[in-house]
Design a protein around this ligand. Sequence first.
Ligand code: PRX
Length: 637
Amino acid sequence: MAFPYQIKTLEDYHQVYRRSVDDPEGFWADIASHFYWRKQWNQVLEWNFKEPTINWFLGGKLNITENCIDRHLGTLGNKPAIIWEPNDPEEHYRVLTYRELHTKVMQFCNVLQNNGVKKGDRVCIYMGMIPELAIAMLACARMGAIHSVIFGGFSAQSIRDRLIDAGAEYIITCDGAFRGNKDIPLKSTIDDALVGIDFVKRVIVAIRTHTPVSMIKGRDVWWEDEVKKVETMGERYFPAEEMDANDPLFILYTSGSTGKPKGVVHAIAGYLVWANYTFLNVFQYERGDVHFCTADIGWITGHSYIVYGPLSAGATSLMFEGIPTWPDAGRFWEVVDKHKANILYTAPTAIRSLMGFGDAPFEGKSLDSLKVLGTVGEPINEEAWNWYNTKVGKGKCPIIDTWWQTETGATLISNLAGVTPSKPTYATLPMPGVQPLLVDENGHEIHEMEASGNLCIKFPWPGLLRTTYGDHERCRLNYFSTYENLYFTGDGCLRDENGNYRITGRVDDVLNVSGHRLGTAEIENAINMHNGVVESAVVGYPHDVKGQGVYAYIIYNGLFDDENLIRQDIIQTVTRIIGAIAKPDKIQFVPGLPKTRSGKIMRRILRKIAEGEIENLGDTSTLLDPLIVEEIKNGKL
Ligand code: PRX
């Protein structure tokens, strides 16, 4: 049985799209009426992009967990909500039905409450990919606390910055996390992050790896002990807090063009409607399907398409702890077969890395259960698209290329699986409610259909961010001030003669490394912490597997004994300050950087050199010292 607001034909899509533009409020009111509200809204939308002010379903009261769990209990109580596949194929998988999830979330609400967490408090979650991570998020949401999940690859320093920015007094973590053949010591990283911080009241530690950890008296408690206490006290039911539609649901930090990551804030009702609507339409989820999104919940993709989108639809979400290449490069295919996954949603970087292993990993794997394939996070090249289509989809699964961002909550541009046509390397058409446009360098809208420009959106959709935590002006400056009355995505884009969009990559100083978003300024700040570094400039360059690699030009004036050792030291520094995901792939030591007379680094030139376009650097006459360019060219790695 189809879901009531699933689009089923191309014609239907065009009609629905038209209505969403002509009558957005009526359109979204109809969709929202399919959710469970404690109190109906009295105004659908209030907005202006100047300040910006964006509110959806004003006056409405609800709790997202009643929509993601409670309302399914009657019909789906015994159906799996989460299937969890561990890192090690030898370990047994776990299944949580909707009823079990309900019980566990309420138990953990009691744990949070017993430990002092209240509505509105910020709770930082730094865990591996285990069901307790989803339980922790949902428990926060049920009691009205605001979760901020931090990806397990971030360093102590990054956690510390985020804790301070969010004023998070509570932390939920694990002793460690398994990823491939590694055991990542999460609790000890939290301990490092907390040195000298005295505002954190409680750290709740779940056991996963049995790594020895230090538990600080009065601050640290074990998840399992706290749950046991709740059980023996007989506390079971935990009523969901009645929340305002526009109360914040979560904060998720993401990189921008400045050195400091921003806390993107999403609000409850709009985000719920958007994650659910796009989940059902983009993937064309059907009752009983197993949805396998390989992202980490530390990123927005996991929030929207492992937790909130699927659960709000009563879907079965397959959560995988491991990595695609361990114990071997057939691991994804094994997981698909084992749990009969119907939808596989992954990143181009994973596809490219698996392509390198040839056909052997497919031996003995059927992949027959697959119906829909999806990609997200970065542009997909044609070769990877074709490989995904033929080797994984066997030519019978539509591929959806979903373009979106942390700030957009869920997918904005994508084909709808099997309903609207796909076009390799194109995200294709906007979702209903999304009004994209291209602007030229002067900020004027480009009206020709076939064009390239900067991608903006001119009308709000329910999943648009509301603010950046603690600094609304930053939100305005970043997204709403470049072009008047438009949300600026930071992405460059092509549009074909049929109105299909193809995202070409960031036009600001943001890199996309293996689908992870990193600011060049953020990496430069980390490199500059090394005591021998005078100055640095970071740019991206095309990388076969990662999509973009990190190329760092560094002026170094420390002792220059062993270049390679210095490189390793600098990489260590970046790993300490941000995390291993931000490590430079190439470090070139340079005598100077190409600067204009006003002292601005000409990144365009550095980018071209890193990309290998040495002959075509454009005008360098405005440089303070044009000769420096020759020296940099000569030393290119
Ligand atoms: O440049 C776009 C790229 O990823 C950026 C957003 O990164 P993040 O906020 O981490 O969210 C990633 C997961 C949604 C965008 O500005 N991007 C995302 N999806 C695509 C993409 N580029 C091309 N094609 C996509 N499908």
